[in-house]
Design a protein around this ligand. Structure first.
Ligand code: PEP
Ligand code: MG
Length: 928
């Protein structure tokens, strides 16, 4: 491949600015191509080389010049200058005109632009050589004179060929090499958006025109190789240009289909080789490739497994049994204006909207890559390819020419495509329609006249989604009967919220879920406590059995509820508290109605979500006070704002970090957000002012610090609390506790317990950090188990450290897990804090537990190899020692039916960990 050194001259006098510093992400991030910019000191733009003017913007602010080697240079005077609508510009050339280097192209009024435009800085961008490396010949910040050499680059023959390709049928490609090859589609998912996007990338990378032709059974079919952007899917040998994603997908290629790959251009053979390899590689699905080898089999077992009855399985995030229609979660499309008069303006608006969405996708892609989420990054890349699809864009522009607004035109263009994909009988293509819908919405959003509503038909439905944010969940939770997520983990926040509401929920079901359809599905998330099933077509017999089962469950629940207000004592006489995890005052009321012995965790950050500004001091105070009043003298532990990781506030723009779960969150964040933090302290101090003390001698309203790594952080919070109390004239400080979520905190619990009023183990994060397994990652959900012997040892260390110093609760999801909850109680925790809907069942389970007998097994459990072995051992232990359920249970063991009995030990003896046998008696002073 030959290469030539080429030069570009400065088109004006001015200060040289690197493109990355241009204050417009479209230029700065290279979305338009490589280049440089000049902050002008003159008022005329000149030709930087010989060539032909191929485009002059109607508004005269931008000119594209094709040089003699087919490179296309965009010269864009100022930023956002399209808005000036030609005011201040005088074009001196016309499209089609030949110019020589130095010829004046456009005069502009710099003063006028400086007053009205975003900036005068003028990008000079090579738009059809994305991979070309340009070298600046003038240092940034120095002044370059008009006509001076500005850039140089090595132009390879391939790069020169690229330059011609954006013009269909250009001479460069027509004269290039020709190659063709055959391939059989290997991917089980057929030719879907991601490999289609990769085909397009291959065509670009090799600077060729690449066409795919479906050859059907008859491999010897003579193909009419008429390369161009015309795509023809109506005959047997349908063909599509790789430049058009929709045309490629329209081929409807599925596993086993034969195609001919044809390329024209100087690297035609290399492109054909790359394309056929791609098509013949079964691993073309990024979702499969990106699962680490050791977890792939397990991930597939857990995520993609279909049940015997033709349903789909998932992990039980919240137990239950419901029947209802499946409804796919999506937001309604935003309303946009229907028509517009100025065609040119609408075309520009569409271009700029597509560019904006592309910029967002680039950012999302980069964030996904930085976070190691390659599969996700490729989805964004595929979305970018759709955005750039000439067929879709052409269809939208035709609608604009018919008088539609840009937003409406985009809607119509994509709608036809979406319906076509959905109406076909190819399930894979139908699933791609969801990608297009997403893109349709994103672009329309930029033209929206008001906010979009949430889809209808949710009442009583089983909602299906890839994933949901906590705020999306909260917006629909009251209306749906159940929830199924393709993604997610057992301790992700949506799982927690679903449990809080007693809403049946399965997670980590895999992408197959998104293609499921049913008007009457059954979500059965009782299972063995880990797996549940979504049955898509339960027959009449099965529906009758489900009915009977629901009646039986109701009776069991009623009998457990009847005893929910009684204190809990285990079979061997240990007293435990069962408290509630809540997020709002409404949930505090539900906790009180459920028989909770207090609130063990109020996740205060949920007051801060789903709004545009932080709640005021008064709003917060009212919420905290209402929670305490609802619990009527029982303790309420408010966890101080725990923002970060998956809980982000729209008004608190945290710096992007590759791994937010390890970044500034919890207590670490407060030091940088003093106003937010201190307002919350003030609200809590006011809400707790003058309340009577609880039976244990501590204040009724208690504060808890999340994500503590060492005692210094606790001291800092206590000092801030004391200072805020002093300034409010409050003498009695509320009790202050520490969450044990960071492994170092578990190991240093003795230091923390000496200064804290109580500890509460956040097993969700403790497990995540101890095992280095992200709690949001579906493929790790099964292995991210608190019963790992290493995590249990951390918990044992925490209980040892706190022993005799302060009580220890558990407020992570493990507290409500039948097997883990029993073990934690046996290990010596004083309180289990669970979702209100689980209180009665957990209390019933504890009453049937012989904690001492189970504690005696602890050393052998801790010596096991992994979580699965511990879970299995506990299961067997409970199975062999299980006692009949008491009368009223109807002979049924519910989700919390663990019952481990052995020789009864006397009260108090069985507690190897901390405090006394009575949690109420374990601690009586408030530290200050
Ligand atoms: C935990 O980490 O266990 C916990 C209770 O906090 P959250 O789940 O809100 O992070
Ligand atoms: Mg946590």
């Amino acid at each position: 491949m030959s290469s030539t050194l080429r030069f570009l001259r400065a088109p004006m006098r001015g200060v040289v600015v690197p493109l990355t510093e241009v204050p417009d992400p479209v230029f700065a991030e290279g979305a338009m191509g490589p280049g440089i910019a000049i902050d002008p000191l003159g008022e005329t733009l000149h030709a930087p080389c010989n060539g032909e003017i191929i485009q002059c913007a109607r508004t005269a602010h931008a000119i594209t010049l094709r040089d003699d080697a087919n490179h296309e240079w965009l010269l864009h005077i100022g930023l956002d200058t399209v808005d000036l609508d030609g005011d201040g510009f005088e074009l001196l050339v016309a499209t089609g005109e030949r110019v020589s280097a130095g010829d004046p192209l456009c005069r502009f009024d710099a003063d006028r632009l400086a007053q009205r435009a975003k900036a005068l800085v003028t990008p000079i961008v090579l738009t059809n050589g994305p991979d070309t490396t340009l070298e600046a010949l003038v240092a940034p910040g120095t002044i370059v004179e008009m006509g001076e050499d500005l850039l140089q680059w090595q132009a390879t023959s391939a790069a020169v060929a690229t330059a011609g390709l954006d013009d269909a049928g250009s001479e460069a490609s027509a004269n290039g090499e020709f190659a063709s090859g055959e391939a059989v589609i290997a991917s089980a998912s057929g030719l879907h958006a991601r490999p289609a996007a990769r085909l397009r990338a291959i065509a670009r990378q090799h600077a060729v025109e690449l066409t795919l032709i479906r050859t059907g059974e008859d491999q010897s079919a003579e193909i009419d190789i008429d390369i161009g952007n015309d795509n023809d899917n109506d005959n047997d040998n349908a063909k599509a240009s790789a430049a058009s994603l929709s045309a490629l997908l329209n081929l409807g290629l599925v596993q086993g289909d034969r195609v001919r790959v044809v390329a024209r251009g100087s690297s035609a053979q290399a492109a054909v080789d790359a394309a056929t390899t791609l098509l013949e590689t079964a691993e073309a699905d990024a979702t499969q490739r990106d699962v680490p080898p050791q977890s792939q089999a397990e991930g597939q077992r857990q995520a993609s497994r279909t049940s015997g009855g033709g349903g789909l399985t998932g992990l039980v995030a919240s137990a239950g049994l419901v029947v209802g229609p499946l409804v796919r979660y999506e937001m309604a499309l935003p309303p946009v204006p229907d028509s517009a008069a100025d065609t040119e303006q609408e075309r520009e608006a569409l271009t700029s909207a597509l560019r904006d969405v592309d910029t967002t996708l680039v950012q999302a892609m980069q964030a996904a890559q930085a976070g190691g989420q390659q599969a996700e990054a490729e989805i964004f890349e595929a979305h970018r390819a759709w955005l750039d699809d000439p067929d879709l864009r052409g269809a939208a522009e035709a609608e604009i020419d018919n008088g539609r607004s840009a937003g409406r035109a985009w809607f119509l263009a994509l709608e036809r495509e979406i319906q076509r994909l959905r109406d076909g009988d190819n399930a894979l293509l139908a699933a791609r329609a969801d990608d297009l819908r997403d893109l349709q919405r994103q672009v329309m959003q930029l033209f929206a006249t008001e906010a979009a509503a949430i889809i209808s038909g949710l009442d009583g439905a089983i909602l299906v989604a890839r994933e949901l944010t906590p705020s999306q969940f909260v917006a629909v939770a009251d209306r749906i009967a159940g929830l199924c997520l393709a993604s997610g983990g057992l301790t992700s926040h949506v799982s927690i919220l679903a449990r809080a509401r007693g809403l049946p929920c399965l997670v980590a079901m895999g992408d197959g879920l998104l293609e499921a359809r049913s008007d009457n599905a059954c979500l059965d998330s009782r299972g063995d406590g880990r797996h549940g099933v979504l049955e898509l077509a339960p027959d009449a017999q099965r529906l009758a059995a489900i009915d009977a089962e629901q009646v039986r469950q109701r009776r069991q629940t009623e009998s457990e509820r009847a005893a929910a207000f009684e204190p809990v004592t285990t079979l061997d006489g240990r007293r435990l508290h069962v408290a509630a995890n809540i997020a709002t005052r409404a949930e505090a009321r539900s906790a009180a109605r459920s028989g909770a012995d207090g609130v063990g965790l109020m996740r205060s950050e949920f007051l801060f979500l789903e709004r545009q500004t932080a709640p005021t001091l008064a709003e917060q105070q009212a919420e905290y006070r209402a929670a305490v009043e609802a619990m009527d003298g029982k303790p309420v532990v408010v966890r101080l704002l725990d923002i970060g990781a998956d809980k982000q506030l729209p008004y608190l723009r945290l710096p992007a970090t590759p791994n937010p779960a390890l970044g500034e969150r919890g207590v670490r964040l407060w030091q940088t957000q003093p106003a937010l933090f201190e307002t919350q302290l003030d609200a809590l101090l006011e809400a707790g002012r003058d309340l009577p003390l609880c039976e244990d001698g501590l204040t009724a309203l208690r504060l808890m610090v999340p994500m503590v790594a060492d005692v210094g952080e606790l001291r800092w919070v206590r000092q801030r609390l004391a200072s805020r109390a002093a300034s409010l004239g409050i003498e009695r400080l509320p009790a202050l506790g520490v969450m044990i979520e960071v492994p170092t905190a578990a190991l240093c619990a003795d230091d923390l317990a000496r200064e804290a009023d109580f500890l509460s183990i956040g097993t969700n994060d403790l497990t995540q950090y101890a095992l280095a397994m992200d709690r949001e990652v579906a493929s790790l959900a099964l292995r991210s188990d608190v019963l790992h012997p290493g995590v249990l040892r951390l918990i044992a260390s925490c209980l040892d450290g706190a022993s005799g110093q302060c009580p220890v609760a558990v407020c992570g999801a493990a507290a409500g897990d039948p097997l883990a909850g029993a073990l934690l109680a046996a290990m010596g925790v004083d309180e289990l804090s669970v979702e209100p809907g689980r209180i009665a069942a957990v209390k019933a389970g504890l009453r049937r537990l012989d904690a001492g007998a189970l504690a005696a097994r602890l050393p052998s459990l801790l010596a096991l190899a992994d979580a699965a072995a511990v879970r299995q051992a506990l299961q067997e232990l409970s199975g062999s020692l299980l006692e009949e359920a008491p009368a009223g249970d109807d002979g049924v063991t519910g989700a919390s039916g663990q019952r481990v009995e052995a020789a009864h030990s006397s009260p108090g003896e069985a507690k190897p960990g901390t405090g006394s046998a009575d949690p109420d008696a374990s601690h009586t002073t408030t530290r200050s």
